[in-house]
Design a protein around this ligand. Structure first.
Ligand code: ARG
Length: 584
């Protein structure tokens, strides 16, 4: 819709000059003021005059009347009506559609993107599972929100660096080493992979914590032993290093399967362990700056002035902590990528952690502290069950995906057994359904997950959206078979119905939606846009025959609408990490 907004801005600006306004707002400012009327009968775009009343010393309705009187006519605008302090612009439907379709058919899958990020680099830290702990449904958030935010930036011209900051360091390795040496068997781990490691991890946590509800005491010695093993690992003990590497390889094999299903790759897998030798320099800097305080043997940065608990830098035994590693990693990333923005996507439980160490980075005098962004998301629960990583009652992402794909496979077997590539389609639709459903709620909200709702082919779901895309493909294939060329000259567009017009307006909104989702770090903007687009396309399809249209211009316009819908849906799917099978 941007071309139409620019056109109206130039008309309004000219009228304001005619009126004799001293400081006419720039076209860009006028574009930003334009609003979409709440319903089609009130026009296609509205210009509110309220903000000009101070400068022009007039009531908004009078300003609106003054502007209206001086507007020159334009082929894009059929009529302008004044409603109180608003000016409502009504497009010439055919002129609007011709220009909009021409743009979409030229830009194809690039439509909606921009070059606003040209020359800028964004580092994105997301997914980042903790090795040896299960990849569970709670990680869906960081993984798909993070990837979606990356896609939005790429589409908008930014250079992006996706980092999987693996949680491959920390006391959990001490625990796992103790557990493995006590109860584990090499062959079992080799055979059972990460599941066996997770079992060992769960078991040792149970032993350490005990069960206070049933009067089973915890085992403190085991906890001490685990700490000692981690300490040895930090000091480079060769046996422990070897074991740690092995645990890491086994975990990675599992994660890679999940990333492959999601069509996701990372530019870097440098995890927490990579920063072990980069922390002392930062700790030293903190010390030199006088920012470190000793508190009960631990080294901390006092943040009381900022109304936050202290940031822990070194434990009593001298081992480093999560914030210390994040600080060292941020310094390294800034040096390596010279980022314009470094975005972290995690569950909102970590919000304080990020606020704290961002503040410490600022106190350390790093002038890029304000380029660090934390994007938190709400808790995800399944059928009301809250999930905990440490104690085994977890729903693995792998299993959620697996169940979704199984269900879709059986629907395909029943409804369309002849379909080619059944397995690939079942994966695309099953996994797409989960992602879509998850990305429908705003990221700050907690969400609960009901599998059958996600998999429905009706309503606001991934399968419905994918099915709509497949419908656009099938229409275009049939058109080609009938010799009805898809080479549409969009300048010949004619709009004969409200459904066509509503659809083309919706398609033209895509670039603005991308910008909105990008600026607010909110993929759900795209998900909702997909649903509205699919709904308007299906209404159009239902009411406006495409291939049997007898008038050549009508046929071409409808094919152009179908083709453009295909481009827009496919691009939008990719922004929320959903695949676009051409046949379902
Ligand atoms: N590994 C952490 C976890 O799963 C998330 C890491 C987030 N990124 C960061 N730079 N702290 O809880």
């Amino acid at each position: 819709m941007i071309f139409a907004k620019l056109k109206i801005a130039s008309l309004v600006s000219a009228a304001l000059k005619e009126i004799g306004m001293a400081d006419v707002p720039t076209d860009k400012d006028i574009v930003a003021m334009l609003e979409y009327p709440p319903s089609a009968d009130k026009g296609d775009l509205a210009f509110p005059c309220f903000r000009l009343s101070k400068a022009l010393r007039k009531a908004p309705p009078m300003i609106a009347a003054d502007i209206k009187e001086r507007l020159v006519s334009d082929s894009l605008i059929d009529k302008v009506e004044q409603a109180g302090g608003y000016l409502n612009f009504y497009f010439n439907k055919t002129a609007f559609a011709s220009e909009a379709l021409a743009e979409m058919l030229t830009k194809k899958d690039k439509f909606g993107g921009s070059d606003e990020g040209k020359g800028k680099t964004v580092v994105l830290d997301y997914s980042s599972p903790n090795i040896c702990k299960p990849f569970h449904i709670g990680h869906l958030g960081t993984t798909v929100i993070g990837h979606s935010i990356k896609k939005l930036h790429e589409f908008s011209g930014y250079k992006c660096v996706g980092i999987n900051y693996l949680g491959d360091w920390g006391t959990q390795f001490g625990k796992l080493m103790v557990a493995y040496r006590k109860w584990g068997k090499k062959e079992e781990v080799e055979k059972g992979g990460i599941d066996v490691l997770v079992d060992l991890y769960v078991r040792i946590n149970h032993e350490i914590d005990g069960d206070p509800d049933n009067n089973i005491p915890g085992n403190k010695e085991l906890a001490d032993e685990a700490r000692a093993e981690f300490r040895k690992l930090e000091l480079g003990d060769p046996d422990n290093i070897e074991l740690w590497k092995w645990f890491k390889d086994i975990s990675m094999k599992e994660y890679e399967k999940t990333y492959a299903q999601l069509d996701m790759t990372f530019d870097s897998y440098l995890g927490e362990s990579f920063y072990t030798d980069k922390m002392p320099e930062q700790v030293e800097k903190l010390r030199k700056l006088g920012l470190l305080k000793i508190d009960d043997g631990a080294s901390i940065v006092d943040l009381s002035e900022y109304k936050m608990p202290p940031c822990l830098i070194l434990k009593r035994d001298g081992t480093t902590l999560y914030p210390t590693r994040d600080i060292a990693a941020a310094v390294y990333r800034h040096k390596t990528y010279n980022f314009d923005k470094c975005v972290y996507v995690t569950a909102d439980q970590q919000s304080l952690h990020f606020k704290q160490w961002f503040k410490v980075v600022e106190m350390m005098g790093y002038d890029w502290y304000d380029k660090l962004v934390h994007v938190p998301y709400g808790t995800i629960s399944v059928a009301g069950v809250k999930l905990s990583t440490r104690h085994g009652n977890v729903l693995l992402l792998r299993d959620v995906f697996g169940q979704a794909v199984d269900k879709v496979r059986s629907v395909i077997e029943e409804k369309n057994p002849e379909l080619e590539n059944k397995e690939a389609v079942a994966e695309a639709v099953g996994i797409g359904a989960i992602i879509y459903y998850y990305l429908l709620g705003g990221i700050n909200k907690s969400s609960s997950f009901v599998m059958d709702d996600a998999l429905s082919f009706d309503g606001n779901t991934g399968p419905y959206a994918q099915y709509t895309y497949a419908r656009t493909c099938s229409i275009l294939t049939k058109a080609a078979e009938l010799g009805k060329t898809a080479d549409i000259d969009a300048k010949d567009a004619v709009i004969t119905s409200d459904d066509e017009f509503a659809l083309v307006k919706q398609l033209a909104l895509f670039p603005e939606k991308v910008k909105n989702a990008l600026d607010s770090y909110e993929p759900s903007v795209i998900t909702h846009y997909i649903f509205d687009t699919a709904t308007l396309f299906n209404r159009f399809y239902h009411n406006c025959p495409v291939l049997s249209a007898d008038d050549d211009k009508v046929l071409k316009t409808r094919l152009a609408l179908t083709k453009s819908t295909g481009y827009v849906l496919k691009s939008a799917f990719s922004l929320i990490c959903m695949k676009a099978p051409e046949k379902i």
